[in-house]
Write a protein that binds this ligand. Structure first.
Ligand code: MN
Length: 202
């Protein structure tokens, strides 16, 4: 069964003014759709056909550029849409809030670490909050469409929050002002969803 572009849980304009409708429309309908169809083309007729995207990424041969780039692109954007909501923003609660306090000192210190990872990723890439099997949390970044599920890429663990810092994610609205886009992202993070992902991945 081929991978399918996931539907958004909200309208293209639902995250305005933080993420503009035109960017969302192109980002989901063109960029993510492109990664999805190219991933399908890359796995069709190979041993990878029929595997879950998580299995594919965890056992990835990093020299397989088509699967690395498009499998990463498929997975990364799917997570990105899931962790945003028009009702987002604020700060986490419950177990995730406690874990953030334990591993970063405070929510503000976590926000600084995550924002710094996003701001300092040179060129295209992603910033991540990952949970390890023991429940510990880590912030890291990756270039291009790499992600921490891939073997020996960045901090490891399972991503539970991801921010796309490719220019296609923000250039229409923010031009070169990546820090403004990062700040705006915090207004749409769905902490309930991130908290669910934290619970289900350790
Ligand atoms: Mn993107």
């Amino acid at each position: 069964m081929a991978f399918e572009l996931p539907k958004l849980n909200y309208a293209h304009d639902a995250l305005e003014p933080h993420l503009d409708a035109k960017t969302m429309e192109i980002h989901h309908g063109k960029h993510h759709a492109g990664y999805t169809s190219k991933l399908n083309a890359a796995v069709e007729g190979t041993d990878l056909e029929g595997e879950s995207i998580e299995e594919i990424l965890q056992n990835l041969d990093l020299s397989n550029g088509a699967v690395r780039n498009n499998g990463g692109g498929f997975y990364n954007h799917r997570l990105f849409w899931e962790v945003m909501s028009p009702d987002g923003g604020g700060s986490p609660s419950g177990d995730l809030a406690a874990a953030i306090d334990e591993h970063f000192g405070s929510f503000e210190k976590f926000k600084d670490a995550f924002s710094n990872a996003a701001a300092t990723q040179f060129g295209s890439g992603w910033a991540w909050l990952c949970v390890h099997k023991d429940g510990s949390l880590e912030v890291c970044s990756t270039p291009n469409q790499d992600n921490p599920l891939m073997p020996n890429v960045s901090c490891g663990g399972t991503p539970i929050l991801g921010l796309d810092v490719w220019e296609h994610a923000y250039y229409l609205n923010y031009q070169n002002r990546r820090p403004d886009y990062i700040e705006a992202f915090f207004n749409v993070i769905d902490w309930n969803k991130v908290g669910e992902l934290y619970k289900s991945n350790h």
